[in-house]
Each structure stands twice: as C-alpha cells, then as structure tokens.
Design a protein around this ligand. Structure first.
Ligand code: NAD
Length: 256
C-alpha cells in the first residue's frame, strides 16, 4: 500500500516505536492521528512532526482500554483528514512480572495489549470491507511468539495479540484487509528498560534476556521495516529475522 495521502492512526504515538511510526508515516505523505494516554507527549510528537510536514498530524489524548475513546480518535481522524486507512494498534504496557500480578494487572494488560486491538478492528473492519481495503498493524512482541522469562501478563496478552492479528488476516485478507504483526525482540525505548528499572528480579531478568538475545533496534529501524513491508501482500511478522528463526524452532532457552 502506498501510504501517501492515506489516513493513519497510531496509538501509543507519544513515545518510542509509535513516535517513530508517526514521524515516518508523515514523511511518506500520510496524514496521521497521534494518540496516546499521555496527551502532552502526543502533542509534542505532533508538533515536532508538523514542524517538518505542516498539517500532517493532529494529536489526541486517548486511553485505548476504553472503546469510547478509541471511537473518539477514529472520529477525529475522519473529521480532520477522512476515513481511516491504516490503524497501528501500538500502545502497550509491560505489565506486572510473575505470579504477583493481581486481577487488576491482568485486566489492565488484557485491555491495553489485546482488547484494544479487538475494539479497533470491530470499529474499522466493516468499513474496510465495504471499501475493499484497509491496513491493520498490530504491535505484539517477540514475547508473543516465544516464551520468555518475565511478565506473564505480557507473554499471554502478546501471544493473544499475534493470534488475533493472524485471525484477522486469515478471515478478511481475501477481501482487502491487510494485516501485519510487529514482533520485535528489543527496541531502545522506555518500555524495554522498565524491567531493569523496576527493582524486581524477574523484571530485571526480562530486560536482560531481551538485551542479550540479539541486536536492540532503534524505533526508527522498526518504522523502516513496517513501511518496507507495506509493499508486500502477505501476512507478515516483523522485523527481526532471528526472532522468526527462533519461532520456527520454538526456542525459549535464553540466558537467564
Ligand atoms: P514506550 O513505553 O516507549 O511507548 C508506549 C506508549 O504507549 C507510551 O507513550 C504510553 O503512554 C502509551 N500507552 C500506554 N498505555 C496506553 C493506553 N492505555 N492508551 C494509549 N496509550 C498508551 O514503549 P514502546 O517500546 O515504544 O512500545 C510500543 C509497543 O511496542 C508496545 O505494544 C510494546 O509492547 C511493543 N514492543 C516493544 C518492545 C521493546 O523492546 N521496546 C519489544 C516488543 C514489543
């Protein structure tokens, strides 16, 4: 898909991978809604991108764990730029490590890392089927393919996010709905180092397992891989080739 003039929504666009995606999409000529729980960071990213590409983005504070707030950001995209062509379900949280995760931790992780994807797809896919095109990019994780030491809430919700993305592709792919699933191992963002900073042994081990498993990418590398993949018609799992290799072998023997 050529993204020039397309309308995109990026959740979690106020930092890390989402910020890089928003900037790269705008550079390619897309019009982008930058959405984040943290309205100030979304605004800062939007202003930064607009300084280069005037009028290419708007920002909105939105919590993707709430259907009405997802609806609001889809409405904002439509009223500002037009119907949403591309949706990046990118907002995510690390969750609580180990069995200490309580009911609220589970609910929050399921809401943000999984249900938010389902909610957005429910809102957008019917319109995409009518128009015969639309593109859903799910940011899952290598933790959604491989079983890693660390947060159970993260592992479980990311596995489910990969399953949902694959299901979307299998079910609607032949009617013009394209789907990609981002499953990076380590990307240099606040989230990657949140385990290290948490003071929790399992959290620290999780960060170490990821950083010692291979190259840590920069967010811009991930955005480049996503944009390059848009020319491909297939369901794709991006961007680490070595993650795919480990997945094929179902490897989980990391250095703990
Ligand atoms: P990040 O912490 O830099 O950015 C995440 C952004 O999401 C933040 O701006 C945060 O405010 C926002 N957010 C959190 N909860 C939200 C909510 N309920 N509603 C709206 N926005 C919300 O982290 P990142 O690494 O850029 O993470 C982006 C995605 O990439 C996540 O889904 C994460 O799980 C995934 N991921 C990251 C890595 C990594 O190593 N960094 C690896 C694999 C997958």
């Amino acid at each position: 898909m050529d993204v020039a003039q397309r309308v995109a929504v990026v959740t979690g666009g106020g930092a890390g991978i989402g910020r890089a995606l928003a900037a790269r999409l705008a550079r390619e000529g897309a019009r982008v809604v930058v959405a984040d729980l943290d309205a100030d960071s979304a605004r800062a990213v939007s202003e930064e991108v607009n300084a280069d590409r005037p009028g290419s983005t708007v920002s909105v504070g939105a919590d993707v764990s709430d259907t009405e707030q997802i609806q609001r950001l889809v409405d904002l995209a439509e009223s500002t730029f037009g119907p949403v062509d591309l949706y990046f379900a990118n907002a995510g949280i690390a969750g609580a490590p180990g069995l200490d995760a309580g009911e609220q931790d589970w609910d929050r992780s399921i809401d943000v890392n999984l249900r938010a994807h389902i909610r957005a797809a429910k809102l957008l896919v019917p319109g995409w089927l009518e128009r015969g095109e639309g593109y859903f990019v799910s940011t899952a994780s290598a933790a959604g393919l491989l079983t890693q030491v660390g947060s159970a809430t993260y592992a479980v919700t990311k596995h489910a996010a990969v399953a949902f993305a694959e299901w979307l592709s299998v079910t609607y792919g032949d009617r013009g709905v394209r789907v990609s699933c981002l499953c990076p191992m380590g990307v240099n963002t606040k989230l990657l180092f949140s385990g290290e900073d948490s003071g929790d042994a399992l959290g620290r081990a999780a960060t170490r397992a990821v950083t010692s498993a291979g190259d840590v990418l920069e967010p811009a590398d991930v955005a480049d891989a996503v944009l390059a993949a848009m020319e491909d018609e297939r369901f794709l799992i991006l961007p680490h080739e070595d993650v795919l290799e480990m997945y094929r072998q179902k490897g989980s023997d990391y250095d703990r």
